[in-house]
Design a protein around this ligand. Sequence first.
Ligand code: MOS
Length: 759
Amino acid sequence: MREERETPKPWKKTEVIGKPMPRVDAYERVSGSAIYPSDTSLPDMLYGAILRCPHAHAKVLDIDAREAEKMPGVRAVIKGDTNGASVEWPYLRGFKTKLFDLYCRHEGEEVAAVAAETPYQAWDAVKAIKVKYEILPFVVDERKALESGTPAIHAGGNRSGEPQTYERGNVEKGFGEADVVLEETYRTESELHTPMELHGCVARWDGDQLTVWESTQGVYAVQARVAEVLGLPLANVRVIGSYMGGGFGSKLQAGKYTIIAALLSKKTARPVKVFLTREETFLCVGNRPPSNMTLKAGVRRDGTLTALEFGCIGTGGAYPAGGTSSVDWLVRDLYQCPNVRTKLTDVYINAGPSRPCRAPGHPQGAWALEQMIDALAEAIKMDPVELRLKNIPLYSQAREGNPPYTSTGLKECLKEGAEAFGWNEALKKASEANARGGPLRRGVGMASGLWIAGGGGPPSTILIKLFSDGSLNLNMGASDIGTGTKTVMAMVVCEELGVPMRKIQIEHADTRTTQYATPSGGSKTVPTEGPAVRAAALHVKQQLLEMAGRELKTEADQLDLKNGEIVSTIDPTKKIKIANLSELKRQGVILGVGYRGPNPDKKVVNPFGAQFCEVEVNIQTGEVKVLRFLAAQESGRVMNRLTYDNQVVGGITWGVGLALTEARILDAQQTGKMVNRNWHDYKIPTALDVPAEVISLPIEPEDTEANTTGAKGLGEPVTIPTAAAIANAVYNAIGIRITRTPINPLTLCPLLARRRKEG
Ligand code: MOS
């Protein structure tokens, strides 16, 4: 029963919250003793491997698995016509294919699967399955998907849903009122999530109960998908997440591999492990969609933005998967502008379906908008920080009713960030250095951003069991996706109950034993779960003080909890240790239950940020080196300064990847296949690509409205402005605007050469 309880007051001074605390599971993680799903090994376990279509676009005419079935160690081969395997796989907008569909619309689409005693036997058998394909013409360039004569991927053509449009004010009138109107096209390449731990699971049946150990951001989301696809009651599907080695949005749902593992396990009556290879994850389990954007912007000499018009063609691959999700959000909401029009066109290509990827759509939109703002500033001879400061909104213009933000620190991010970075001095120094000539050119650049989400709820439920010796269990359904969620939650408990961190045992991410939670995504886990943890801790505290009041013969509201002791606030000699409470000894535990209430009505909870960087460009080799970065992030309260700073470094690293190194390459000429499906040919940033100096400057407004912790979420907000800030710095260094990612010697040298020729 959910009894009425007082909403906790906002924290004033905190003892634990905000401090830099190492992760509660740091030892397990670095020593290798943490058991990740990919480490799971069960007695009698078989290994699964999946046969995938090698063509970009093909129809399966015939599958002959007779030879494979007879090979050593092979225990099962399944395909679309296998009993029980003819299930459907859902995409967005209600679109479904078969799990093993005879019509393959992208390279890597699942055709059949094998379970065998060893992974090698499974792969040998996969190779021995003979498939006859009818190879079809393909399209892998979304810019050509709607051209006439392009092969259609679906019966209705290559449009993925109707274009989405948004409009406010009068854009034509706005451009008419501008002193300067600029127009530019931009492109960001498709990025791959490529988490350290591959995608996969171990599945095991016990009668009609299925247990899945999966590398996932959300065990309840996996449970729901598995139950839906296999037609099982939710209660019969147990998903265990425990540790997981990165997801970045690509593990918010079950994969086809989850279903395949379950089917193979059912057929063989043995546990089956299916973990994909790196190549398979590149092809099949998501990507950040490529974005082809146009942006027209009008500004007056005084810096007032008069109109913005934005268009984007994107693709979620071969199926409805959100190819243009949120790409226009920053154009709609980051700056004060009365006249805005956007249009998003999502098309199909013969490529693996996209999945949410680190602040979906936002880094792409920032790449366009934040470079445009930079160009407008130059055109009206205004400092780019100043121009942004002139256009800061205090409410959300793109949402119905223009609701205000609970807090917006964008102004402080810009001002304090510029100050701490030494923006003016750095600009001056760079231009002086460049005037001296030579191959190395310096540049500084900046950009800002906001993130569309900021946590929410319900649902979020937390249980805390305080034992009679003062140790406790914290029970939550949410996954810790590597960001330090468990640590932050333990700190919240610590703050309220004064129990030392080492006495807190955390059970999480198990649909059988832990509470319901939505997946850890959208940078919402801390602001969503934190308030529920706080409520559960306060529930324990209330019961504990009442119990101590009975024992000390005093009123509970005259008692306080400090270092495992309950002390009278009036007479400090009146005190008792938790471990000495006789009633608690008899009762065994105090159970605290905490729920997450809703976010404030008619207000918006969003994080903001501004970033500043300095680069060095070698105009002979086209190399770009990011020298330093400063991120001024406003995500409400800082919960743990150490994991906070970790997220800042992580977000900037992602942005360096988008700006400088990462791009999925599909062979548009001959095969339609991905040509860089490995960590050698697809370059993620390494330690050498990330600036040695990354400064995290938290801007902490007192946000008493966002939720009862005041935190708004940090992970994704950081990566939104980074790539654009780098592009602006490169422009500052060499005077060439690079509108397409990635900025690398291959793309930069021709531009430098052309300029040398043109003089
Ligand atoms: Mo988020 S797209 O779940 O990293």
